[in-house]
Design a protein around this ligand. Structure first.
Ligand SMILES: [Fe+2]
Length: 244
């Protein structure tokens, strides 16, 4: 399986805080059947002032740490980018980190504020699409506006956005409303990938298998392959898993 969204890179956001913690998380991911992770630290201007350039040395050091421990997990680096005015500047400066490609578009993991959908978000999405960038909305099922009213996600669906739902929402571990919205989105076939959004071992672990089993039971084996391997592989490697 491929995990497109996690906070394993140590010491750069509210995810893993030390190399040893990050290594333990990587071991946990491998034990769960995860083969590749895209490390997506928060890029949230004013809160987590990360940049691809600044993160690169941390990424290189973490890769070395995994190699030293013989942990068979491949990695790539991007960011979970908070929706903000700075996104425009980063796009113009060619400094947006992308998790991969989809139908010729660069894929941006875009995080809405948890509390609401800011007015004008659809305009930003259109602006990005016109520049060959397609947003993948991170965990829409946890956004309070969408929790309150599923229709709030429709403008993003209509614009052709991709959607990443979090594994713990699928299993119900993030509570009833997120669980309900996750499955409504799955039933509507709006979900592109399911990812861990892992932050730590105890409360937000890098585990996909539980959600995968559930998806297999509820929606069938083919759907599970698409959500956990096929679509993420297409995005990260621009090929289906068989071809990788
Ligand atoms: Fe995240």
């Amino acid at each position: 399986m491929i995990d497109l969204h996690c906070h394993l890179l140590p010491g750069v956001d509210d995810g893993a805080q030390s190399v040893s913690e990050a290594v333990a998380l990587a071991q946990m991911a491998v034990a769960d059947g995860i083969e590749h992770m895209v490390l997506t630290p928060h890029l949230h201007p004013g809160r987590y002032d990360n940049s691809l350039l600044g993160l690169q040395p941390h990424f290189d050091a973490f890769k070395v740490a995994l190699k030293e421990q013989n942990i068979p997990l491949s990695l790539s680096l991007a960011c979970e980018v908070r929706l903000s005015a700075e996104v425009l500047q980063l796009a113009v400066a060619n400094e947006l980190p992308f998790i991969g490609e989809w139908n010729g578009y660069h894929v941006l993991l875009l995080e809405l504020p948890h509390s609401h959908i800011p007015p004008g978000s659809d305009k930003l999405v259109k602006w990005l699409l016109a520049r060959n960038i397609i947003p993948m909305i991170a965990h829409p099922e946890r956004n309070k506006d969408i929790v309150h009213n599923l229709d709030k996600v429709l403008p993003f669906v209509d614009l052709g956005c991709l959607f990443q739902v979090t594994a713990m929402s699928v299993t119900g571990e993030f509570g009833v409303p997120a669980h309900q919205r996750a499955h409504e989105m799955l039933e509507n076939n709006w979900v592109t990938v399911i990812a861990t959004d892992a932050h730590n071992r105890q409360h937000r672990p890098p585990v996909l298998s539980k959600a995968r089993h559930l998806i297999e039971q509820m929606y069938g084996a083919d759907r599970a392959v698409s959500l956990f391997s096929g679509n993420p592989s297409d995005i990260v490697f621009h090929a289906s898993p068989e071809k990788v």
